[in-house]
Write a protein that binds this ligand. Structure first.
Ligand code: HEM
Length: 488
């Protein structure tokens, strides 16, 4: 009896040992792992940012965690981030290929495409097209201004009262990217946009939640009719909508006279050979990618910006003084004007720094066996950037933990951008929409601050700046009071 118990004990011990994920030799350190679960119990789904900070304190700027059986290296701080993303950019420019989200999106887009020819050709094409000259007669700046006029109309309806800016900014960002992609805007209550947003929000929640973890950790369950199947259906619905828009474009387009991104891609498709990486299916996936990558990021940055500006009226007023001075006699602001507005530039950058909109960037993967800060990292390892660790790193900022535009101003009041400012990430995978996003943020914030004064409602208590965690960080819902400014 005793011998059987000892044997059983030994068997369990070996099973646990064998099933327990093991760190390869000279791999970055991290917390002890459990069989199957890895380090999932060390990471909360509500706010893993705090867990990462705790683990960073224990294990240093480069540590590892197991998401189920999958090892992931977490990079913190400017030094490690630069070594990985810039100095060894091509080693670290891959994307994990076997996660829930890869399977849901059928490897169609570009955001999750691995580092290789398809990614390179598509990235180059988008960068060219998104530059002002790529999009035909209407420049990017005009498209953005058209949408800001719609935002102004909506805000004007609330003058003297309070409103929640969430839907307004979301619609503005959504319509700007729709103007770029499809050459048209959609009304606030458009059924098609509502379906796309619902499918996307549900999928984002699922990607962050336990079902995606189960899918990733236990491949054996992937084909079963479990709740994660809904995400595949949602993506299919979005893809069909993208195909309908594509069909409409094919029927109405004039060759050589592109109206928007989709027309440009269709023109390109005609020029390409049969074995090219360009295809209608990829165009559908690509347009969805750009839509999602460009909507929540920009709108949540604007939401965070106005939250801080109503909470810091003296900063809002200083922006308005600069805007009035620089734009005196001008009908509308242009992106060029930013060069004469150091304070406004500093405020927008400070908003982006404090907002930390994409807290873990998009996961990277190593393309070959490589090294980081003297640790060995095998090919195919998942790499997670902890963006907050750089955006609030002590030693890199004058005021790392407070909202203060002085972080971006020198003694002469000139605008300066510290190296640790990387909300768009860095290296070969740096955000493809950075130019568009910066233009949107500048033109929107300046135009709205020139026309309106935004204040915190007297009866709303104190502003709560704690964000809600997700693929993007979102401010808690808030209301603000809108008044017309007298001096413009
Ligand atoms: C304030 C707004 C934005 C922020 C903070 C932001 C941030 C980011 C970050 C951190 C990444 C991941 C980079 C990496 O993997 O290292 C990324 C990737 C990307 N972003 Fe943005 N983004 C913003 C707006 C936009 C817009 C407007 C577009 C649309 C045109 C866009 C399109 C993309 C695409 C396509 C990628 C994938 C690039 C690649 O994999 O090569 N983003 N963005």
């Amino acid at each position: 009896m005793f011998a059987s118990l000892v044997l059983l004990g030994l068997l369990i011990f070996f099973l646990v040992y064998l099933l327990k994920p093991q760190r390869p030799k000279n791999f970055p350190p991290g917390p002890p792992t459990l069989p199957v679960l890895g380090n999932l119990l060390h990471l909360s789904t509500d706010d893993p940012l705090k867990d990462f900070e705790r683990l960073r304190k224990s294990y240093g700027n480069v540590f590892s965690v197991f998401i189920g059986p999958q090892p992931a290296v977490v990079i913190n701080g400017l030094k490690a981030m630069k070594e990985a993303l810039v100095n060894k950019g091509s080693d670290f420019a891959g994307r994990p290929q076997d996660l829930f989200i890869n399977h849901v999106t059928q490897q169609l887009g570009v955001v999750l495409e691995n580092y290789g020819t398809t990614w390179r050709e598509h990235r180059r094409f988008a960068l060219m097209t998104l530059r002002n000259f790529g999009l035909g007669k209407t420049s990017m700046e005009d498209r953005i201004h058209e949408e800001i006029q719609q935002t102004i109309k909506t805000l004007e309806k609330s003058i003297g009262s309070t409103l929640s800016p969430q839907v307004i900014f979301h619609n503005a960002a959504s319509n700007i990217i729709c103007q770029v992609l499809y050459g048209k805007r959609f009304e606030y209550n458009d059924e098609m946009i509502k379906v796309i947003i619902k499918c996307f929000t549900d999928n984002a929640k699922m990607t962050n939640g336990p079902w995606a973890m189960i899918y990733d950790s236990l491949p054996i369950l992937r084909k079963l009719p479990l709740p994660f199947r809904k995400a595949f259906k949602n993506y299919e619905t979005c893809k069909n909508i993208a195909f309908d828009l594509l069909k409409e474009h094919k029927e109405t387009k004039v060759p050589g006279e592109p109206r928007d991104f989709v027309d440009c891609y269709l023109d390109e498709l005609e020029k390409k050979s049969a074995d090219s990486s360009f295809s209608e299916e990829r165009l559908a996936g690509y347009s969805l990618d750009l839509y999602f990558a460009g909507t929540d990021t920009t709108s949540n940055t604007l939401l965070t910006g106005f939250l801080y500006l109503v909470g810091h009226p003296h900063i809002q007023e200083r922006c308005q003084q600069e805007i009035d001075l620089v734009l005196e006699g001008k009908d509308q602001v242009s992106f060029e004007d930013r060069n004469n507005m150091p304070y406004m530039q500093a405020v927008i950058h400070e908003v982006q720094r404090i907002a930390n909109i994409v807290p873990f960037s998009v996961f990277h993967a190593t393309m070959k066996d490589t090294e980081l800060m003297e640790y060995s990292i095998p090919k195919g390892t998942m790499v997670i950037q902890n963006m907050k660790s750089v955006l609030t790193e002590e030693g890199q900022w004058k005021f790392p933990h407070e909202f203060n535009p002085e972080n971006f101003l020198n003694e002469k009041g000139e605008f300066v951008k510290p190296e640790a400012f990387m909300p768009f990430s860095a290296g070969p995978r740096v955000c493809l929409g950075e130019g568009l996003a910066r233009m949107e943020l500048f033109l929107t914030m300046v135009t709205l601050l020139r026309k309106f004064k935004f204040t915190w409602p007297e009866d709303a208590g104190e502003p709560d700046y704690t964000p809600i965690f997700g693929l993007t960080l979102t401010p808690k819902p808030y209301r603000m009071k809108v008044q017309l400014r007298s001096k413009q």
